[in-house]
Design a protein around this ligand. Structure first.
Ligand SMILES: Cc1cc2nc3c(=O)[nH]c(=O)nc-3n(C[C@H](O)[C@H](O)[C@H](O)COP(=O)(O)OP(=O)(O)OC[C@H]3O[C@@H](n4cnc5c(N)ncnc54)[C@H](O)[C@@H]3O)c2cc1C
Length: 430
């Protein structure tokens, strides 16, 4: 549905964001615009040759880059409209989860899931299908009911669940338009307790993978592969009022007596509270506390998703090649994400298991490591997280995106002049 249309532009100039959070992507934009109204934003977009919105810049790929005008939306009017009867909220696109989650909770509401870091922008997370973990949990894009976005002709459109374009626009890598607001579905607020278990036998993880990952509302395995036959730790997050205590021994792993950071040997001071202490969802589902992560990152990240049935085989492949990448690895996290219908999602049409790698910031060694991991996981149907580092070809990525062609048609309608295109979109042939 078209809402309004505006024309003619004069972008504000100012300081561009030079690099992403991790510093491995140097942005090409030479100008930044920080509009203060939707009208102004529409004019800027319609008048710019190349333009792209940036969220909090936490992606590790060049997905947010543009060689034209960088858009910083943080000066747009803040929208937070709660609709309790509909169990929905409308928020301005540039807000971070950490800006709003406490307010949702105070009003009796919650989101079904969150990523490990709550300080990312909601729209950046949604456009890249950022995810948490848990049986029956889809990526964060699943909470979207509707979005309002400005196409490259400057027209503001609203697309909601049920509209034919909806499954194409929500996970769009910023290539269809600039989203100004999102409407999210909420659930009733809930409390969570989390516990860490140490030294999980890899064999048990492989044999009982589904049961293990279903043993809490959200479950993660953390592996340094320093002792390949033991997963360093298992993080189990359970809803209060749900099933079960936290026994001393669990799938052969030992309950940790102290709080643990996912990376072995690092202080847990930035982590959300563990040891079974009850807390609200927004202060337990993310691994890291709001504001607890450094302003700049000394790490790189990659992630590959395999169909759920291949989880045990993927662990076996990683065990085989661990010696080739563990020197540069900080931690490998394993999570599950349920299938969805978003065209560019790695979980399109199938339940997946995500194998995430946090790397030391050594780009050369990381490239070698990702190639080796890809060599072992691609035969199992691995798909990459497009907000993270990978070295797969367009063919290797789009072979698992059955809706790539419809997405291209959608782009030719929303952005016929390619204003939102960038190296990520072009290299994937999308
Ligand atoms: C410490 C850390 C932990 C992380 N944990 C997780 C995790 O648990 N799970 C996971 O899946 N990922 C995780 N990530 C990856 C991260 O969530 C994604 O890369 C996400 O995109 C970051 O959001 P952002 O706002 O920084 O996006 P950006 O990198 O700024 O942008 C991402 C994309 O969104 C687009 N975009 C931004 N704003 C708009 C807009 N207004 N309209 C249209 N498009 C827009 C950009 O153009 C770009 O294509 C983590 C990253 C870090 C650094």
């Amino acid at each position: 549905m078209a809402l309004t249309k505006r024309r003619s532009a004069s972008p504000t100039s100012g300081e561009t964001r030079r690099t992403n959070w991790a510093g491995n992507v140097r942005f090409s934009a030479r100008k930044v615009a920080s509009p203060t109204s939707t009208d102004e934003l529409q004019e800027i977009i319609a008048g710019a040759e190349k333009v792209k919105a940036i969220g909090t810049g936490h992606s590790f790929s060049a997905v947010a880059d543009t060689d034209g005008l960088q858009l910083d939306l943080t000066r747009l009017p803040r929208i937070v409209e709660l609709h309790p009867a509909a169990r929905r909220v409308r928020v301005s696109a540039g807000l971070r989860y950490s800006d709003v989650v406490e307010m949702f909770h105070r009003n009796g509401f919650a989101l079904a899931n969150l990523p490990s870091l709550p300080d990312v922008s909601m729209i950046g997370a949604i456009q890249t299908a950022t995810h948490g973990s848990g049986k029956g949990q889809r990526s964060l894009a699943d909470s979207v009911h509707a979005i309002e976005m400005i196409r490259s002709d400057g027209e503001l459109v609203r697309v909601q669940r049920g509209d034919p374009d909806f499954a194409g626009v929500v996970v769009g890598l910023g290539s269809l338009g600039v989203v100004t607001s999102i409407e999210l579905n909420l659930v009733e607020t809930y409390d969570i307790r989390q516990r860490v278990y140490e030294d999980l036998p890899l064999e048990r993880a492989q044999e009982e993978f589904d049961g293990l990952m279903a043993s809490g509302y959200s479950v993660s395995l953390f592996h340094s592969w320093s002792r390949p036959n033991f997963v360093d730790s298992l993080l189990v997050k359970r809803k209060v009022g749900g099933v079960g205590r936290f026994p001393m021994s669990f799938f052969g792993a030992r309950r940790a007596a102290r709080s643990r950071h996912p990376v072995r040997g690092v202080s847990a001071s930035t982590c959300t509270q563990q040891l079974g202490v009850v807390g609200p969802w927004f202060d337990r589902l993310p691994h890291f506390r709001i504001g607890g992560t450094a302003a700049r990152g000394a790490e790189l990240q990659s992630e590959y998703f395999v169909p759920r049935a291949q989880s045990s085989a993927a662990l076996e492949q990683l065990r085989r090649c661990a010696a080739s990448f563990r020197q540069v690895l900080l931690v490998n996290e394993v999570r599950i994400v349920s299938g969805d219908d978003h065209w560019l999602s790695y979980a399109y049409g199938t339940d997946v298991t995500g194998f995430h790698f946090t790397w030391k910031p050594d780009r050369e060694e990381v490239w070698k490591a990702v190639r080796e991991i890809e060599r072992h996981l691609v035969p199992l149907g691995a798909r990459p997280h497009l907000g993270k580092i990978h070295s797969l070809s367009a063919d290797e990525v789009t072979r698992h995106l059955p809706m790539a062609e419809p997405f291209r048609s959608l782009r030719s309608r929303y952005d016929p002049r390619g204003a939102f295109a960038n190296s990520t979109i072009e290299s994937l042939g999308l």
